[in-house]
Design a protein. Structure first.
Length: 500
C-alpha cells in the first residue's frame, strides 16, 4: 500500500509527547513490511532548513480566504530506514504559521490563538503536496486533533469535487484512518475560524464541527474518517462511556462499528536492556547482574544510600492531573509523604509540569531522606530509572496506552499502576496465592489506594522475593515490538479499503 501519515509531530524532528514516537515507529515498521510510507508534518522554526532538501517551486493551497501562496516543501529521509525502502518525511513550510517557537504554544501563549488556522491550512496543504509529488495514497492516516481535518477535507472537498464532475479523481480511491492518541485534547476553538477552512456552513452543522457554539476539530474528524482507532483496546472501550469520553463518548458509540483499539509498541532498538547504551551494563533475563549495577548507579545519581536490600520505586512522569499527581503528592494521608515515612523504601522521581506540584515535590525531597527528585527531563536518567528501579509507579487518572509500564516490564521492573486504559492491556495483577502476574494494580484513584498498593508491593519484596523474581522474568519475556502492532494497522487499512 501507499500510506501517508499526517501528523503534527514525528521524532526526531518535532516532539512533545508519545505521538511523535508512535508516528515514526509505526511508519518504519510498515516500511519494513514492504509498504510505501510517507510522513508529512509542518516545518516548525526548530527544524532547521540546512539539513533538509528543498523541493523546487512554491505551493499554493486554497483556503477560505483565498490561495495561501507563501508555502514551500522540504524533505528528508527518516533516520534508520535504510536506502532500499526509506520513509520519506515532508515538511510544509509556511513562515507565518510555523516560523515561531513552539508546536502548539509557547510559555507566554500556551495555546496559539491561530491554531485552528495553522492546522487546517496544514491539513489542506497535504493534498496539494500529493499533487506536487504526483503521488496519491491508498490510505491517509491522520493523528489526533491537529490532523483531524485531513479526513474532513478528503470527504467534503476532494471526494465531493470528484463526485460533482463524475470523475475517477486522484483521491477517489483514498481512504482515511484517524487515530486518537488522547481524547482529552480535541482542538476546540471559536467557530469564527470556520470560514477560513473553505467549507460550507452545511458541513459545519452536519459533519461534527459544531460543539455548543464552538468548532471541534477532533469531533469533525471522528465523523468523517472511514476508520477510527485509539492506542489500546481497553482505552477504546473506556472512551465509549461518559466518565472517560470527554463529551465525545456518544460519537464513538455511534461509530463503534468502525472504531477499534490497537496497542502501541515500543522501540526495541532503544528500549531494550540487552543493547541499551544509556545504562552502566547491559543485561538479559538470563543474567540480571547488570540490573543490580544499574540500581547501585541510580541510588548514587540521586544521592541515596547504595543498599541492594531496599526496594527502589521509580517514576518518570509529566506532573499533570492526568498522571494522578494531585493524589500522589497532595497534602493528604496516604500520599508520597505517608508512603516514604511509613515504609522502608526509596522513591525516585524525574518529571516536570504544573508549578504547584514541582514546588511540593521540592519541599518533600528536602524533608524526606528516602525521596529524591529531579525536575525536568533527561533521556539518560530516564533509562537509568527504568533499569535500576525495582518497581515503577504510574497512578494515572487515565492512560490511553502508556509506554513506561512496557519499558518497565522489559527491564525487569515491576509496574504499580491504576487499572485503566492501556495499563490493563499490558500489566497482569499479582496473585499472592500462585505468584502469577507482572505487576500490582488498584482501581480507585485516591491516596489510600496508592498507599495500600505500594505497601502491597513492598510487602511482597520483603516476604515473597521468589514471586518478585519470577514476575521480573515473566515481564521480560513480553514482546511489545512494533511489528505486531504494524500488522494490525495493515489489517485496519485493508478493512477500510475493502469496505469503501
Amino acid at each position: 500500500m501507499k500510506i501517508l501519515m499526517v501528523s503534527s509531530e514525528a521524532v526526531p524532528f518535532a516532539k512533545t509527547g508519545g505521538l511523535a514516537d508512535m508516528v515514526s515507529a509505526l511508519s518504519i515498521s510498515l516500511a519494513k513490511l514492504g509498504h510505501e510510507v510517507k510522513i508529512v508534518i509542518p516545518r516548525y522554526y526548530s527544524i532547521g532548513r540546512d539539513a533538509l532538501k528543498l523541493i523546487p517551486g512554491a505551493m499554493g493551497t486554497p483556503m477560505g480566504g483565498g490561495i495561501e501562496e507563501w508555502s514551500a516543501v522540504f524533505t528528508a529521509d527518516m533516520p534508520g530506514t535504510g536506502k532500499k525502502n526509506p520513509v520519506k518525511v515532508y515538511f510544509i513550510d509556511h513562515e507565518i504559521f510555523f516560523g515561531r517557537d513552539g508546536i502548539y504554544g509557547s510559555p507566554i501563549e500556551t495555546d496559539f490563538m491561530d491554531n485552528p488556522r495553522r492546522f487546517s491550512f496544514f491539513c489542506r496543504a497535504v493534498f496539494q503536496l500529493c499533487r506536487k509529488l504526483n503521488w496519491y495514497p491508498d490510505v491517509l492516516h491522520a493523528h489526533d486533533w491537529p490532523a483531524a481535518i485531513a479526513p474532513v477535507y478528503l470527504k467534503f472537498a476532494e471526494r465531493a469535487a470528484e463526485r460533482a464532475k463524475d470523475s475517477d479523481g486522484d483521491f477517489k480511491k483514498t481512504v482515511s484512518v484517524l487515530t486518537i492518541h488522547n481524547l482529552g485534547y480535541q482542538g476546540i476553538y471559536h467557530k469564527d475560524n470556520f470560514d477560513y477552512l473553505g467549507l460550507g456552513w452545511d458541513v459545519f452543522y452536519n459533519s461534527g464541527f459544531e460543539d455548543w457554539g464552538m468548532m471541534n476539530m477532533l469531533k469533525a474528524g471522528l465523523y468523517s474518517a472511514d476508520k477510527l482507532n485509539t492506542v489500546s483496546p481497553h482505552y477504546a472501550e473506556e472512551t465509549k462511556i461518559q466518565v472517560h469520553g470527554f463529551r465525545l463518548d456518544g460519537v464513538l458509540r455511534y461509530r463503534s462499528a468502525d472504531y477499534t483499539g490497537i496497542l502501541n509498541g515500543i522501540d526495541s532498538g532503544l528500549w531494550n536492556p540487552a543493547v541499551d547504551t544509556y545504562i552502566p551494563q547491559t543485561y538479559t533475563a538470563k543474567d540480571l547482574s547488570g540490573k543490580a549495577i544499574a540500581k547501585q548507579a541510580l541510588q548514587k545519581e540521586f544521592g541515596l544510600p547504595q543498599d541492594a536490600t531496599v526496594p527502589v520505586i521509580g517514576m518518570v512522569t509529566r506532573l499533570t492531573d492526568q498522571k494522578g499527581v494531585g493524589e500522589m503528592f497532595g497534602p493528604t494521608y496516604g500520599s508520597a509523604w505517608s508512603i516514604c515515612r511509613d515504609m522502608n523504601l526509596q522513591l525516585i522521581l524525574l518529571g516536570s509540569g504544573e508549578h504547584w506540584c514541582e514546588h511540593e515535590i521540592g519541599s518533600l525531597a528536602s524533608r524526606l531522606s528516602n525521596f529524591k527528585a529531579k525536575i525536568g527531563y533527561n533521556e539518560n536518567i530516564s533509562h537509568l530509572i527504568e533499569a535500576g528501579s525495582d518497581f515503577f509507579l504510574m497512578p494515572s487518572r487515565y492512560e490511553p496506552c502508556g509506554l513506561n509500564q512496557m519499558y518497565s516490564l522489559v527491564y525487569g521492573t515491576l509496574p504499580i499502576v491504576r487499572r485503566t486504559g492501556g495499563l490493563v492491556d499490558t500489566v497482569e495483577n499479582y496473585n499472592e496465592a500462585t505468584g502469577s502476574g507482572t505487576g500490582f494494580m488498584f482501581d480507585e484513584l485516591d491516596p489510600s489506594s496508592i498507599y495500600n498498593t505500594v505497601g502491597w508491593a513492598v510487602w511482597a519484596w520483603y516476604n515473597r522475593r521468589d514471586h518478585i523474581e519470577a514476575m521480573r522474568l515473566r515481564g521480560m519475556t513480553h514482546d511489545f515490538s512494533w511489528e505486531k502492532s504494524a500488522k494490525k494497522y495493515v489489517d485496519l487499512y485493508d478493512e477500510a479499503l475493502n469496505r469503501k
